[in-house]
Design a protein around this ligand. Structure first.
Ligand SMILES: Cc1cc2nc3c(=O)[nH]c(=O)nc-3n(C[C@H](O)[C@H](O)[C@H](O)COP(=O)(O)O)c2cc1C
Length: 477
């Protein structure tokens, strides 16, 4: 079982409200010391990585920031988690770090340079969660774009964006290009550096990538976004997919679909790790765990649920007829922008027969749930049982834990659940892990620090080997 923790460098995680509870410390999200404590805790317990969601947007209702979002700190405000990573890497030695960054904002060269730098500074422990971006209505306005880019076009842009990043990481420096021979005074072998030429629909680039190759070269590529287009993107590029599961059959269906699509792309379907979100409330006894969960539920309201949902989908549930199905937003004549911001959070309510619940039922389900995945409550044995069941029934490879009281919930999980999972053989002991070079990619089960040969990025490296030194052939797709 692979384990990561899902966090945000902002007051509130997961589309619910709990930062104001005395058990939550998330108002400390602006202190590097807070995150160092979290990272060390996770590393000592044997977690694989700490994951940061991120984005520039915020919820908007009727074209502006709702009062409830500002008052409640609901997906509103936060710092840039990428800038925390070097400090966290310095304070740890094994834990991986995954940072979410959207493909819609800047040029791929800038993104490639930042992640290559982070791969150096973490010693090969960085991952990039590639998203096309939440709250695209407010992001587009904030960045002065005339309009929000359409949902599927954003994925088309993302394909090209990632492809150019891959060319820069994999297709410029041969393995032997970096010489660093002080005596000879030779830094790099010019003949082993290859010009990247990219002439695409959305981006152009011509020249050399100036960051020397890092341990992984390409950061471990994560993806989140489970629309059909999102799953197709994941199947082509993702090494690790973050799925938001609602029911066991829904999650199982998405896992099977992602693996089948990966196989259709010529990739080993098992090499794509699928992790599902889980909100675990654990305590020494079941009664204490239920009481703890009740503290959280007491803070949740329809208003909280509606604001967060609007930020993810553009749908204001409070403005809809509560006694009609959610599918009213998709009927002919409804707002054409619906579905353009994100489809996962609409599709999650689609029943197997294609129908959707009433709006009041959607609100009831979102209350306390937000964008979170599975809810798991109980004593340590019950929690371990439920986690095992999710893995066995859905075929996911592990979990991204979404605490409600952070970092107190992480501490409880590390103290109470990790030893039980280890006892059941679901989590390896650190000394039993295969010896690798300590990169995140290897930690997630890959045989090498570098991209698998069946990943589309590997062809850029293969093209280099094909050209050999001295030819200076441009690497084009
Ligand atoms: C589980 C999950 C986590 C996500 N995390 C982020 C995030 O941290 N930042 C962000 O901008 N978007 C995030 N997104 C939204 C993605 O940007 C995604 O591109 C968007 O939902 C539109 O794609 P979709 O229709 O495939 O969901 C997330 C989506 C899902 C399903």
């Amino acid at each position: 079982m692979h384990l990561g923790v899902f966090e945000v460098a902002s007051p509130q995680v997961g589309g619910t409200l709990s930062w104001s509870h005395p058990w939550s410390d998330s108002v400390r999200h602006r202190e590097v010391g807070h995150w160092i404590e979290v990272a060390r805790l996770l590393e000592d317990a044997g977690f694989d990585f700490l994951f940061f969601a991120d984005g520039y947007g915020y919820p908007s209702v009727g074209g502006d920031l709702p009062e409830a979002a500002a008052r409640g700190g609901l997906n509103f405000s936060g710092i840039d988690p990428m800038l925390l990573i070097p400090a966290l890497a310095h304070a740890t030695s094994r834990l991986g770090f995954v940072v979410t960054s959207s493909t819609g904002i800047d040029h791929p060269v800038a993104m490639a340079r930042r992640f290559a730098t982070l791969d150096h500074l973490t010693g090969g422990r960085i991952g990039w969660n590639v998203v096309t971006g939440a709250s695209q209505d407010t992001v587009a306005a904030l960045f002065g774009h005339e309009r929000m880019t359409a949902h599927d076009t954003r994925y088309e842009i993302a394909e090209e964006y990632v492809d150019l990043c891959l060319k820069l990481w994999e297709g410029c420096w041969e393995d032997e290009a970096l010489v660093e021979d002080k005596e000879a005074g030779v830094f790099a072998d010019r003949d082993r550096l290859h010009r990247v030429e990219h002439e695409g629909r959305h981006f152009r680039s011509s020249g050399y990538f100036t960051v020397v190759p890092s341990r992984q070269r390409t950061p471990v590529l994560f993806q989140a976004g489970t629309s059909a287009r999102g799953r197709e993107f994941a199947a082509a590029h993702a090494e690790c997919v973050f799925l938001q599961g609602t029911t066991l059959p829904h999650a199982a269906g998405n896992v099977a679909d992602i693996r089948a699509r990966a196989a259709a792309h010529g990739r080993d379907p098992r090499s794509v790790k699928v992790l599902v979100g889980a909100t675990v409330t654990v305590a020494a006894t079941r009664e204490e765990a239920l009481a703890r969960r009740a503290e959280f539920e007491a803070l949740q309201t329809d208003e909280v649920a509606a604001v967060i949902y609007a930020g993810n989908t553009g749908i204001d549930l409070t403005a809809l007829d509560p006694d009609r199905p959610l599918s009213q937003v998709l009927e002919p004549g409804a707002d054409a922008r619906i579905g353009q911001m994100g489809q996962s959070n609409i599709d999650r309510f689609r029943r197997p027969d294609g129908t959707m619940p009433l709006v009041r039922e959607v609100l009831a389900e979102l209350r306390g749930r937000g964008t979170r995945g599975f809810t798991v409550v109980g004593d340590p044995l019950e929690v371990a049982d439920q986690l095992e069941e999710i893995v066995d029934v859905t075929d996911v490879d592990g979990f991204l834990l979404e605490a409600v009281f952070s970092p107190a919930d992480h501490r409880l999980f590390c103290e109470l659940v990790v030893p039980e999972l280890r006892r059941r053989g679901r989590l390896p002991r650190e000394q039993d892990r295969p010896a690798g070079s300590g990169t995140l990619r290897e930690r997630l089960g890959a045989p090498s620090a570098r991209l698998a040969p069946d990943h589309p990025g590997a062809r850029h490296a293969a093209a280099l080997r094909g050209t050999g030194p001295g030819t200076r052939e441009p690497v084009t797709a």
